[in-house]
Design a protein around this ligand. Structure first.
Ligand SMILES: [Zn+2]
Length: 44
């Protein structure tokens, strides 16, 4: 159950992330910054 919720959250975050990267092309796209954005998203 918890695992499924986590998976679901990651799908949502990935979709959100794609959106953000498309809108803000000047944002750094390296793995480190992307995981930073992901962490911020998961905390909100
Ligand atoms: Zn970066």
């Amino acid at each position: 159950m918890a695992y499924e919720i986590k998976n679901y959250m990651e799908v949502i975050v990935d979709e959100f992330l794609n959106d953000v990267l498309r809108k803000y092309k000047d944002v750094c796209h390296c793995k480190r910054c992307i995981s930073d954005i992901k962490a911020l998203t998961l905390n909100n």
